[in-house]
Write a protein that binds this ligand. Structure first.
Ligand code: ZN
Length: 396
């Protein structure tokens, strides 16, 4: 960034649209001193808090520019537009925008301030920038904030609506059931679920299935690996491991080259679908799959192709966005209004259901892999107003 700071006076004035003649003047020491005095005075024109906010905004903008190799000073209005667009897409754990429109305006003020102090034209005044912020303001005013939680009953209802024991519909039903349990029981975000590989899973004799989230086993450098648990269900209809076993069997079948044989095997497994007994190895039975079937770095949740007659499972993984749309579609099929929901609703539903069933903040933080209790509190305030609330102890 030194190169930017060393930009010549001539260039700066040209950028500011000022007459170039002044640059030819030999500025003597006295004038330089006056320049410093004027800079000091400038510092008093803004309150200390505003100054801090502007500096913070400027550092954020500079980092953004550096990460895309864009010039930050002077910045082209188009670059500022990209920055506004970037800020508008940043969301926190709950899907809530990280930058409120007022914060975005403050960032723009910080960028403007730095440009004006350095004698550049203010790129934030460009019509394209102000229109974008106004548009965003309108959009935010109409869009709901947090995703509503989907609690256990809702998840079970969505899964029960799917057609599991028919071909070809049963193929995507098997995958989507696993995705739903990963989001609800595993409290995984959409990107985390989409990023899982077969060898992220480990069958456990008493716990159910352990799922390594984040960096793969091969990535030894990163020690911050989280493991979430998909426990055996009390009944097959709430058993996430059963869903995993059924899906991985279909993944194995998808590797069969002969189309007729593949179709025959797919039908066999789908027609066998039942909820009377576990197929996951719970209850001391033998599961459909073994640890050997998970010894692959292929994606767990795959894209599928389907027409009326047949379904294929692709080798490529499904995207997080596709998981999100899948959930909305499955909700609609189950006759539910999906307007305020998203894949994050499953993770939110985990927190809500766990709290209703008496889980402690510690337990929820562990399952959701949160570092701070504050994050869990946010959700209690929003969705569990009765949790840890003395009103429930009034004996009413
Ligand atoms: Zn099971």
């Amino acid at each position: 960034m030194e190169a930017v700071r060393d930009i010549g006076t001539q260039t700066r004035l040209a950028a500011a649209g000022a007459p170039p003649a002044i640059a030819d003047l030999d500025i003597d020491d006295e004038l330089k001193e006056l320049e410093e005095v004027s800079r000091d005075l400038e510092a008093f024109t803004l309150s200390a808090n505003t100054r801090l906010a502007y500096d913070k905004a400027w550092r954020s903008f500079k980092t953004f520019c550096e990460s895309y190799s864009l010039e930050s000073l002077p910045a082209h209005p188009e670059v500022v537009r990209w920055y506004v667009a970037w800020m508008s897409t940043q969301v926190d754990d709950w899907g809530v925008p990280r930058f409120a429109v007022s914060t975005i305006r403050q960032h723009l003020a910080g960028i403007a301030d730095r440009h004006l102090r350095e004698w550049f034209l203010d790129p934030t005044r460009h019509r394209g920038v102000s229109d974008l912020v106004r548009g965003l303001e309108k959009l935010r005013a109409t869009r709901p904030g947090r995703k509503r939680p989907l609690v256990l009953d809702a998840v079970v209802r969505i899964i029960a609506t799917m057609r599991h024991d028919v071909y070809p519909a049963g193929i995507s039903a098997a995958r989507d059931t696993v995705a739903l349990w990963l989001g609800f029981a595993g409290a995984l975000r959409r990107g985390e679920a989409a990023g899982l590989r077969l060898d992220s899973l480990e069958l456990h004799p008493t716990d159910g299935i352990h799922v390594r989230v984040g960096p793969s086993k091969a990535d030894q450098a990163n020690v911050l690996v989280d493991v979430v648990v998909l426990p055996f269900g009390s009944a097959p209809r709430t058993c996430a491991p059963c869903a995993v076993h059924r899906w991985v069997v279909l993944l194995k079948v998808s590797g069969i080259q002969d189309a007729r044989e593949r179709r025959r095997q797919n039908m066999r497994w789908l027609f066998d679908y039942q909820l009377d007994d576990h197929v996951c190895g719970a209850d001391g039975r033998v599961g459909l799959i073994s640890e050997l079937d998970l010894a692959s770095s292929a994606p767990l949740l795959r894209a599928t192709y389907r027409n009326r007659r047949e379904a294929r499972i692709h080798e490529a993984g499904i995207s997080g966005d596709a998981l999100h749309s899948m959930l909305l579609r499955r909700m609609a099929e189950a006759g539910m209004d999906s307007a305020k929901y998203g894949f994050h609703s499953l993770r939110a539903g985990h927190v809500t259901q766990a709290r209703r069933n008496g889980a402690t903040t510690d337990e929820i933080m562990r399952a959701g892999r949160w570092q701070k209790a504050d994050t869990v509190d946010v959700y209690d305030r929003e969705f569990n107003p009765a949790a840890r609330n003395s009103v429930m102890r009034l004996g009413l």
